[in-house]
Write a protein that binds this ligand. Structure first.
Ligand code: PXP
Length: 240
């Protein structure tokens, strides 16, 4: 069964709306862990629009589940990651104007930068995952650079309608096969919610799903523990 990494960036987004101390994403991480999260994911952006350095530092200290840090291939953030030593680093593209990560990392266009980030992170003992579109050329390039895992970008699938979604799921399934065949660990994420997660969780070899917005949204009404528990049930699939 795929593991669930809960992305708590949006708890920090609410805090930063007032630049105050609440709601604390560290509390959210503890509640997510109590609800059964297998990991906590945070994105330390260069503009620090939501997660702050202090959040990553505290999470590193208190979590007893996996800490996955999303980051751009920027010297500053890679340096912070190497000091803070999350269990896993997921390299993502980052543009200041974007509302959220819009596409997969373009390894083919930024080979040297990605290679250098992978090397530094792995030398610090951190497992490196690349956030990629389900594109075989990108996956092959990521594997050639020595990444440990690939997180397939599920955003297009999530935004698809009933007509377009089956073809997008097929792309993800083909991408998943390419990741596994290249000997890398298969992850997926972005835009997954309580309605669209199950076909992605069922992709052969799927080991980790990173889900944020839908869980934090539901947590507003039912609490973080319950929201995580329900997502875990869906990922586990139909029970006999
Ligand atoms: N995976 C990656 C690499 C991301 O950048 C994000 C968004 O921060 C997610 C997963 C989670 O996406 P969502 O918030 O849409 O569930």
């Amino acid at each position: 069964m795929a593991k669930l990494g809960v992305n708590i960036d949006h708890v920090a987004t609410v805090r930063q709306a007032r630049r105050t101390y609440e709601p604390d994403p560290v509390w959210a991480a503890v509640a997510a862990q109590l609800g059964g999260a297998d990991g906590i994911t945070v994105h330390l952006r260069e503009d620090r629009r939501h997660i702050q350095d202090r959040d990553v530092r505290l999470l590193r200290e208190i979590l007893t589940v996996k800490l996955n840090l999303e980051l751009a291939c920027s010297d500053e953030i890679v340096g912070i990651a190497c000091q803070m030593k999350p269990d896993q680093a997921t390299l993502v593209p980052e543009r200041r104007e974007e509302v959220t990560t819009e596409g997969g990392l373009d390894v083919l266009a930024h080979r040297d930068k990605v290679a250098s980030a992978i090397k530094k992170l792995q030398a610090a003992g951190i497992v490196v995952s690349l956030f990629l579109d389900p594109d075989e050329a990108q996956i092959a390039a990521g594997a050639a650079l020595g990444a440990d895992a690939v997180e397939l970008h599920t955003g297009k699938y999530a935004l698809g309608n009933e007509k377009s979604r089956p073809a997008m799921l097929k792309q993800l399934q083909r991408g998943g096969q390419a990741v596994v065949k290249a000997g890398l660990v298969l992850h997926a994420g972005h835009g997954l919610n309580y309605h669209n997660v199950q076909p992605v969780a069922a992709i052969a070899g799927m080991q980790e799903l990173n889900i944020g917005h839908s869980i934090v949204s539901r947590a507003v009404f039912v609490g973080m523990e319950g929201a995580v528990r329900e997502m875990k049930r869906l990922i586990a699939g139909p029970q006999p």
